[in-house]
Ligand binder design. Structure first.
Ligand code: F6P
Length: 359
């Protein structure tokens, strides 16, 4: 009998259930009745506390199109994994290893982003058989062309920009749409391009507020009564980019705004004619059904994971490399972030058609 544990960890996204389904159906195909799948509750938290449930094939039916995760998820920061919890005195790594042994697992499949991947690599170093599937709306996992959740979130953020476009046009307003992504701007870049934003601000390209003003004034002058800015949560000004990490942290602690878009709103309101408004779609971007692309992607990743378990090919992320599923060693990718490549086609095309990055 093969025993496989599966958990979803970190911020949720679209496609988690379809990935779980892909892994499960792939495993039943590879092993028939000779496999037990243990669903671990709420990510690594359930592995630490030993909360899991033996799943039935019917548990994986009808979930292809469902958002969220049937297993639940939680954030368990990697940097705290080896820190003994003072209150409970729990050694998390030891507990996870013990629960893996108690369940008699042959492999643990973890669905998650960067933090999840680092913890998966740590468990690999601790001797567990681990396979990682890359999920996140941020698309920032190193070593895979794409993560699942990304394209679904792009659809939602694009739809927000589309809707904002019509109301911005009617009222002749400037709208700043805050798109998720604290460290990496792929989602903002794609949604900004797809939604026809006039200005796109990414964490990777520090902005100059004067450049943004110039673009807005030039649009005003040419008779354009509205403008749309797609701004990543982690957008940063040139002045802030010149600070040390510590200085920036301090400056942001004393920040009088809920987020960066509100400061940009205040600064622009002082210098442009039009009214400047903010729209924050927030967690909408992570919710709802996976798009068709993500359903196909997760089915491919899940089936490939099952095959890798059959082949005992552990210690890998199942990545998409050059459009094809491929095992990518965790030790090579864990801890690396896939930032927006400033020379990528999307950035080049945006600049060529006159979209400003505020730089
Ligand atoms: O990593 C996915 C993500 O949605 C980011 O885009 C966002 O900055 C962050 O998670 C928000 O996390 P939380 O839901 O924990 O506030």
């Amino acid at each position: 009998m093969k025993r496989v544990g599966i958990l979803t960890s970190g911020g949720d996204c679209q496609g988690l259930n379809s990935a779980i389904r892909g892994v499960a159906k792939g495993l039943y195909h590879e092993f028939g009745d000779n496999v037990e799948i243990h669903g671990i509750k709420d990510g690594y938290r359930g592995l630490i506390t030993g909360e899991s449930k033996l799943m039935k094939p019917s548990d994986f039916s009808g979930i292809l199109t469902e958002g969220g995760t049937i297993l639940g998820t939680s954030r368990q920061p990697f940097k705290l994994m080896r820190v003994i919890d003072e209150e409970s005195n729990v050694d998390k790594v030891k507990s996870m290893k013990e629960n893996y042994q108690k369940m008699k697992l042959d492999c643990l499949v973890v669905l998650g982003g960067n933090g999840t991947q680092k913890s998966a690599n740590m468990l690999r170093e601790e001797g567990l058989n681990v396979i990682h599937l890359p999920k996140t709306i941020d698309n920032d996992v190193w070593g895979t062309d794409v993560t699942f959740g990304f394209h679904s979130a792009v659809e939602i953020a694009t739809n927000v920009i589309d809707c904002i476009h019509t109301t911005a046009t009617s009222h002749g307003r400037i709208f700043i749409v805050e798109v998720m992504g604290h460290k990496v701007g792929w989602l903002t870049l794609f949604a900004g391009l797809a939604g026809g934003a006039d200005i796109i601000l990414l964490p990777e390209i520090p902005y100059d507020i004067n450049k943004i003003t110039q673009t807005l004034k030039a649009r005003e002058k040419s008779g354009k009564k509205f403008s749309i800015l797609a701004v990543a949560e982690g957008a940063i000004s040139k002045e802030e980019a010149a600070l040390t990490k510590k200085e920036l942290k301090k400056a942001r602690e004393n920040f009088p705004y809920p987020s960066i878009v509100y400061r940009i709103q205040k600064e622009l309101s002082a210098v442009v004619e039009n009214e400047v408004r903010v729209c924050v779609p927030g967690h909408f971007q992570r919710g709802g059904d996976p798009c068709a692309f993500d359903r196909v992607l997760t089915t491919k990743l899940g089936a490939a994971a099952a095959k890798m378990i059959k082949e005992k090919n552990f210690g890998n992320m199942v990545g998409i490399v050059g459009g094809k599923t491929a095992p990518v060693p965790l030790e090579e990718v864990a801890g690396k972030l896939k930032y927006v490549d400033l020379g990528c086609d999307e950035i080049k095309a945006a600049r060529q058609i006159g979209i400003s990055f505020g730089d």
